[in-house]
Ligand binder design. Structure first.
Ligand code: NAD
Ligand code: IPM
Ligand code: MN
Length: 359
C-alpha cells in the first residue's frame, strides 16, 4: 500500500479547527480507496510557537519539510505578532523557499453555494486563477531610509524576472490548452510602466507559441469591474502576485465566500513539496468559537488529492461539498447556518461514506 507523507502546519486562529476537518476527509478517502494511506506529521509552528521560542518555525524547519510529499497548512498570523514577521518567517518562507511559484485558486460557484450577484447563473462563475507566487510585488525587495526622520523614505520594489514571468505565463497557457479554455492576462501597463509593460510583452511573446488558445488582456481595475458585472468573461486567468491576491478574495466573495475558497501552492517540477491551504486567514474574530467554515480547507484537501494523482477522488470531494451545500442543513454561520465546524466535517464524511466508490 502506498503511503503519502503529509506535513501538517495547522498554524494560528481557526487554522487548527478547519485543518482537523480536512484531515477527516482525507482519512476517509484513503480508507475507501483501500490502496493508499496518509501519514500526517504535525508541526506546532505559528504565532504561539513564536511567543514561546522567538521564532515562527524551527531553524532547520525547511530541511524537516523537504522530505514530505506535500504540506497541508491552515492559516498563519495572529494579533501579538506583527503580520509581516509571522507571514514572512513561515508561510512566505515556505512558498519562496520551495519555489512554489504557481498559486492555483479555483473561483467556481458550486451547486448550492450562495452568490451575491443577482443576475449571474452558476455556469457564469467558473474561473481558474493562476497567481504568480514567488516574486513580483511581494518579492520583499526595498528599503526604509531615514526611519523616523522628516525625510523618511520607504521603497517597495516590484521584481519581475524574465524567468519568473515567463514560467507562470507558460504554465497558464499549458493549463488553458489542456482544459480547452481561454486565457486572460490581468496587468496594469498604463501606470506600472516597467513591470507591467514587461508582463504584457512576455504574455504576447508566449502567446505566439499557443495559437490554439484564445487570449484576452485586461487592466486590473477594469478586470475587477468585469468580474462582478460579467464574470463569464473569465476562464483561465494569469496575473501577478498582488493582483492575484486581491482578485481571488473578490472571486471568493462571488463564489460562496472566504469560507469556501481554496488555493494550492505548486512547485511544478516537484523538486520540493507543494503546499495546500484555504485562501482565508486565521480569522481572529471567530477563532476558538468552533464556527469556522471548514469547506475551504476541505476543498484544498481535494486539490491535494488531485496533485497526488487521484483526480476522481478529488472530484468526489467537490461533489460531496455540493451535496452538503444543496442540502443546506449543515452549514456554518458565515453561510447562514447554525452548524459547528466539526458538524460540517462530520456531515461531509457521512456523505462520502454514502457516495464514495473506490476507483
Ligand atoms: P481572514 O481571512 O482571517 O478573515 C477575514 C474575514 O473573513 C473575517 O471576518 C473572518 O471571520 C472571515 N472568515 C475567514 N475565514 C473564514 C472561515 N473559514 N469561516 C468563516 N469565516 C471566515 O483575514 P484577516 O482578518 O485580514 O487576517 C487575519 C490574520 O490572518 C492576519 O494575521 C493575516 O495576516 C492572516 N492571513 C493569513 C493567511 C494565510 O495564512 N494564508 C491569509 C490571509 C490572512
Ligand atoms: C493569501 C494571503 C497571503 C498572500 C498573505 C497572508 C501574505 O493573503 O494567501 O492570499 O498575500 O499571499
Ligand atoms: Mn490573500
Amino acid at each position: 500500500m502506498k503511503t503519502f507523507k503529509i506535513a501538517v502546519i495547522a498554524g494560528d486562529g481557526i487554522g487548527p479547527e478547519v485543518i482537523r476537518e480536512g484531515i477527516k476527509v482525507l482519512e476517509k478517502v484513503a480508507e475507501r480507496s483501500g490502496d493508499f494511506r496518509f501519514e500526517f506529521t504535525h508541526f506546532p509552528w505559528g504565532c504561539e510557537y513564536y511567543a514561546k521560542h522567538g521564532k515562527m518555525m524551527d531553524d532547520d524547519g525547511m530541511e524537516q519539510l523537504a522530505s514530505f510529499d506535500a504540506i497541508y497548512l491552515g492559516a498563519v498570523g495572529y494579533p501579538g505578532v506583527p503580520d509581516h514577521i509571522s507571514l514572512w518567517d513561515l508561510l512566505l518562507k515556505i512558498r519562496k523557499g520551495f519555489d512554489q511559484y504557481i498559486n492555483i485558486r479555483p473561483i467556481t460557484l458550486l451547486q448550492g453555494a450562495p452568490c451575491p450577484l443577482k443576475d449571474s447563473q452558476r455556469e457564469d462563475i467558473d474561473m481558474l486563477f493562476i497567481r504568480e507566487n514567488s516574486e513580483g510585488e511581494y518579492a520583499g525587495a526595498g528599503d526604509w531610509l531615514f526611519k523616523g526622520k522628516p525625510e523618511e523614505v520607504v521603497l517597495q520594489t516590484g521584481v519581475f524576472s524574465r524567468k519568473g514571468t515567463e514560467r507562470v505565463i507558460r504554465y497558464a497557457f499549458e493549463t488553458a490548452r489542456k482544459m480547452n479554455k481561454s486565457l486572460t492576462s490581468i496587468s496594469k501597463g498604463n501606470a506600472l510602466n516597467y513591470s507591467m509593460v514587461f508582463w504584457d510583452q512576455v504574455f504576447e511573446e508566449v502567446s505566439r507559441e499557443y495559437p490554439d488558445v484564445q487570449t484576452y488582456s485586461y487592466l486590473v481595475d477594469a478586470a475587477a469591474m468585469f468580474m462582478v458585472k460579467q464574470p463569464e468573461r473569465f476562464e483561465v486567468v494569469v496575473t501577478s502576485n498582488l493582483f492575484g491576491d486581491i482578485l481571488t478574495d473578490l472571486g471568493a466573495a462571488l463564489a460562496g465566500g472566504l469560507g469556501l475558497a481554496a488555493g494550492a501552492n505548486i512547485n511544478p517540477e516537484r523538486e520540493y513539496p507543494s503546499m495546500f491551504e484555504p485562501i482565508h486567514g486565521s480569522a481572529p474574530d471567530i477563532a476558538g468559537m468552533g464556527i469556522a467554515n471548514p469547506l475551504a480547507a476541505i476543498w484544498s484537501a481535494s486539490q491535494l488529492l488531485e496533485f497526488l494523482g487521484y483526480e476522481a477522488y478529488a472530484h468526489s470531494v467537490i461533489e460531496a461539498i455540493e451535496q452538503l451545500l444543496t442540502e443546506k442543513e449543515t452549514l456554518t454561520p458565515d453561510m447562514d447556518g447554525t452548524a459547528s465546524t466539526s458538524e460540517v466535517g462530520d456531515r461531509l464524511v457521512k456523505i462520502m461514506e454514502e457516495t464514495l466508490i473506490p476507483v
